[in-house]
Write a protein that binds this ligand. Sequence first.
Ligand code: F6R
Length: 260
Amino acid sequence: MEVIIQQDYDQMSKIAAQIVVEVINAKPTAVLGMATGSTPLGLYQELVRLHKEEQLDFSRVTTFNLDEYVGLGVNHPQSYHYFMHEHFFKHVNIPPHNINIPSGTTSNYPAFCQWYEERIADCGGIDVQILGIGSDGHIAFNEPTSSLSSRTRLKTLSKQTIDDNARFFEQRESVPIYAITMGVGTILDARKLILVASGKAKAEAISRAVEGPVTSMITASAIQMHRDATVIVDDEAAADLTMRDYYDFIYAAKPAAPRF
Ligand code: F6R
């Protein structure tokens, strides 16, 4: 796992966007795994800027989102469909039929989840998966005690996640308690992972995910098992990392490292 610590949110977002750009440049038909939430907003803004100012082309790209709230339709302002459309999809040139987001309103969740897994496989798997992290250590909506080999399924949110996400809703009671989410196993199948985190509220979760034991109590810790995972954090989110000097040393030495 590579850990990159940047001084602020903007730098964190730019470094993360650069990795996505490298994937698209190497493979114009790349399959991107998308996350929602406040953290990847800067990363999406940078990708939109690169599309508008530097002709970054998404015309052959396919996307799969990690999760969606159960019960929210695509036009609900707090749905992840709406979020992705407003903050990213309407600003770039991904063909609508290449955009995949779990349905929060299907009449048959098990069948939909199986279909979503099959669709990812049919598209050749995810080349790079963007991830945020919950303050309870979740990735996607894989809450504490989720199986580390779980697949896309319906999940009940933790109290902490409901509290954290209440800021987006008018009242806490409006936060859905169920979500449909890719599993930890689904995420680990992606060829590359990028996890972004910002702010001191994420410091403990980041230290436990990066330096703690691999445990279903912190599902983000499962990325330690992945062969190509990069964690990009700002100073505040890095505050509890004990190996920080080493991560900085590795990053500074990277340009001169032998490539083969
Ligand atoms: C959302 C998702 C979640 C968020 C996490 C952090 O698609 O997968 O795991 O990444 O809850 O959310 P923010 O970035 O709002 O702190």
